[in-house]
Write a protein that binds this ligand. Structure first.
Ligand code: CP
Ligand code: NVA
Length: 304
C-alpha cells in the first residue's frame, strides 16, 4: 500500500475528510469521558519546527502521548537540518526511525520533497502556502456549533496567505462558498482561485465579503517570515479589521474564527475576540482532537 501524506486538504477525499472530522468529535468525547485509548503505543512522531509554534506543538505532542505514542521535538536550530543537510537525506534518515513526521517550514516544496523521500506519512504543520491541520480544527468547530458546513457561506478577511489558500481548498472539499476580501496586492494564490472559481469570489471590501456569511475568518496581517513588513502591512490593511460592527453585517448566527495567535487592535478588535460569536478557543482546543483523528487515520490500519 502506498504511504498517505497530508500536505494539503486535497490529499484526502471529501468523504475521508468528513469521516475524519466526525471521528475528531468522537475522540474529544472519549477524552472528556476520561477513557484511555492508546492505539499508537510504541509509535514515534518526529516534529520538525523551522518556525515558532504554541498550538501545533502542544496539540501534536499531547495528542501523540494521549494515543499511547511518543513525539520528538526537532528544531532546525539544534539539528543538522539547520546546517544544510539536504531535505532528501533527512527524510530518508528520520523516516527510517520514526512512524510519522510532522513539519512546519517555509517553502511548501520542502514538505513535498520530504514526503517524496519518506517511507512514513508526512504531515504539513504549516508552510508559507498552506496550513491544512488548522482547517481540520476549524471544520470540526463549525460542525460542533452549527452542523454541516456544506452549502454555507464563509468569509475570509485580510491577507490572502497560507490560511486563506487552505480555506479555498476547504471550500472545494467541504462544499461551501468562500467570499474573500484582501487589499490589492494581497490576494490568495491566483491559480488556486481560478481553479475554484465556482466557489470563490474576491472582493475589495470586508463589508461586501461578509454579506450573507455564516462564518467570518481572519488571520494576522504579517505571517511568520514577514516580520520586516509588519509596519507597512499595518498601513496597507487599514480598514480590514474584523470588529463587532463588521460581524453585524454577516448572518445573525455567524461565527468568528481565527487560527491564533491574534493581534488585538490589528486584524481583529479586542471586543470581537471576546464576543459570544467568537469561537477561537474552541477552535484552538480542536487542534488536539482533529489531529488525533488525523494520526489515527494515517497510522491505524483498519482491522489491526
Ligand atoms: N494556529 C497555529 O498554528 O498556532 P501555532 O503557531 O501556535 O502553532
Ligand atoms: N498565517 C500565519 C498563521 C500562524 C498560525 C503564519 O503563517 O504565521
Amino acid at each position: 500500500m502506498t504511504t498517505r501524506h497530508f500536505l494539503t486538504l486535497l490529499d484526502l477525499t471529501p468523504d475521508e475528510l468528513k469521516k475524519l472530522i466526525r471521528r475528531a468529535v468522537e475522540l474529544k468525547q472519549i477524552r472528556n469521558n476520561g477513557e484511555v485509548y492508546e492505539p499508537l503505543s510504541n509509535q514515534v512522531m518526529a516534529m520538525i519546527f523551522e518556525k515558532s509554534s504554541t498550538r501545533t506543538r502542544v496539540s501534536f505532542e499531547a495528542g501523540m502521548a494521549q494515543l499511547g505514542g511518543h513525539a520528538l521535538f526537532l528544531s532546525s536550530r539544534d539539528t543538522q537540518l539547520g546546517r544544510g543537510e539536504p531535505t532528501e537525506d533527512s527524510a530518508k534518515v528520520i523516516s527510517s526511525m520514526c512512524d510519522v513526521v510532522m513539519i512546519r517550514t517555509f517553502e511548501h516544496e520542502i514538505v513535498e520533497t520530504f514526503a517524496a523521500h519518506s517511507r512514513v506519512p508526512v504531515i504539513n504543520a504549516l508552510t508559507d502556502d498552506y496550513h491544512p491541520c488548522q482547517l481540520l480544527a476549524d471544520m470540526q468547530t463549525f460542525l460542533e456549533h452549527r452542523g454541516d458546513i456544506k452549502g454555507k457561506t464563509v468569509s475570509w478577511i485580510g491577507d490572502g496567505n497560507n490560511m486563506c489558500n487552505s480555506y479555498i481548498n476547504a471550500a472545494r472539499q467541504f462544499d461551501f462558498k468562500l467570499q474573500v476580501a484582501c487589499p490589492e496586492g494581497f490576494d490568495p494564490n491566483p491559480e488556486l482561485v481560478a481553479a475554484n472559481s465556482d466557489r470563490v469570489t474576491l472582493f475589495r471590501t470586508p463589508e461586501e465579503a461578509v454579506h450573507g456569511s455564516d462564518l467570518v475568518v481572519t488571520d494576522v496581517w504579517a505571517s511568520m517570515g514577514q516580520e520586516d513588513e509588519q509596519k507597512q502591512r499595518e498601513r496597507e490593511f487599514k480598514g480590514y479589521q474584523v470588529t463587532t460592527e463588521l460581524m453585524d453585517l454577516a448572518n445573525p448566527d455567524a461565527l468568528f474564527m481565527h487560527c491564533l495567535p491574534a493581534h488585538r487592535g490589528e486584524e481583529v478588535s479586542a471586543e470581537m475576540m471576546d464576543d459570544p460569536r467568537s469561537v477561537v478557543f474552541d477552535e484552538a482546543e480542536n487542534r488536539l482532537h482533529a489531529q488525533k483523528a488525523l494520526l489515527e487515520f494515517l497510522l491505524v490500519k483498519p482491522g489491526v
